[in-house]
Ligand binder design. Structure first.
Ligand SMILES: NC(=O)c1ccc[n+]([C@@H]2O[C@H](COP(=O)([O-])OP(=O)(O)OC[C@H]3O[C@@H](n4cnc5c(N)ncnc54)[C@H](O)[C@@H]3O)[C@@H](O)[C@H]2O)c1
Length: 258
């Protein structure tokens, strides 16, 4: 029996990267997965990949910045699969050219919507686990890839500050909801990935220098793979983590150890 047998998981940002890998991993461990994303086509592809592996999955279009859409997503996941025990608030955006409002609305307000509606909903369904994707940028500030010419240093651009603020906000929300809902049977934890090889970091990894700089930030001497975040998400979702509540867990190859 898998560690997630009989559980139902709603994953946001499931069309790509960490969300897609987590859908595959949680399904492999026995959960039924609702793959939700702004990119509905990509979410449907993830669901098809899960089904090809013999898992149970469905998909939906979801914009996490729309509060009513989150409520609808929780309800339709529960009616599709007969309950909801796991919510992975994973959708996020990050690029230095993004505005403050864009980054905060997806990365912080989107997660807040998931917690505000998801925590009581899961409590009513008998309890479960909520996982939020924070970042190393939820624990420390970021140093950007040094500019090739005299462009402004990336860590000074508005998107970088917004990203760090949003991910520190996710860490705070995680602790607050863990306290508020722990006694109601809902554990709330966050994962703080280091740099992971997903489409989000593709541009930064485009040049050999850019990639080498990112690698140099990680004591393990390499970047992470989305599967290495998915396995931790699957653990936090499972009853193996039954006394783990309110942590913001670095999964970063040692990035934040120094
Ligand atoms: N890749 C990394 O190095 C890294 C490091 C730390 C944290 N993270 C975080 O991990 C999470 C997943 O990132 P990823 O690397 O898999 O990126 P990704 O770009 O591969 O996937 C992100 C997904 O989120 C979706 N999305 C964006 N806005 C949305 C919205 N408003 N509503 C619903 N879905 C939306 C996108 O369509 C995409 O499918 C993000 O929260 C990101 O900030 C990533």
């Amino acid at each position: 029996m898998g560690t997630l047998t009989d559980k139902v998981a709603l994953i946001t940002g499931a069309a790509s990267g960490i969300g897609r890998s987590s859908a595959l991993r949680m399904a492999e461990n026995g959960a039924a997965i609702m793959c939700a994303d702004l990119d509905g086509e990509g979410a449907a592809q993830t669901a098809a990949m899960v089904q090809q592996e013999g898992g149970r999955a469905a998909s939906m279009d979801l914009d996490v910045t729309e509060e009513a859409a989150i409520v609808e997503a929780l309800q339709s996941t529960a009616s599709e699969f007969g309950g909801l025990q796991v919510l992975f608030n994973n959708a996020g955006i990050g690029a230095v050219e993004l505005t403050w409002d864009q980054v905060i609305s997806v990365n912080l307000t989107g997660v807040a919507h998931g917690l505000f509606h998801g925590a009581p909903f899961i409590a009513q369904q008998g309890g479960g686990s909520i996982i939020n994707t924070s970042s190393i940028a939820g624990l420390v500030g970021l140093v950007g890839v040094p500019p090739a010419d005299d462009d402004e240093a990336p860590e000074l651009q508005p998107g970088a500050g917004a990203y760090v603020a949003s991910k520190h906000g996710v860490a705070g929300l995680t602790k607050q909801y863990a306290i508020a809902f722990g006694a109601l049977g809902v554990r709330v934890n966050a994962i703080s990935p280091g740099y992971i090889e997903t489409p989000m970091t593709a541009e930064m990894r485009e040049t050999t220098e850019g990639e080498a700089f990112l690698i140099s930030l990680h004591p393990m001497g390499r970047l992470g793979q989305p599967e290495e975040i998915a396995s931790v998400a699957a653990f936090l979702a499972s009853d193996d983590a039954s006394f783990v509540n309110g942590i913001v867990m670095p999964v970063d190859g040692g990035y934040t150890a120094r």
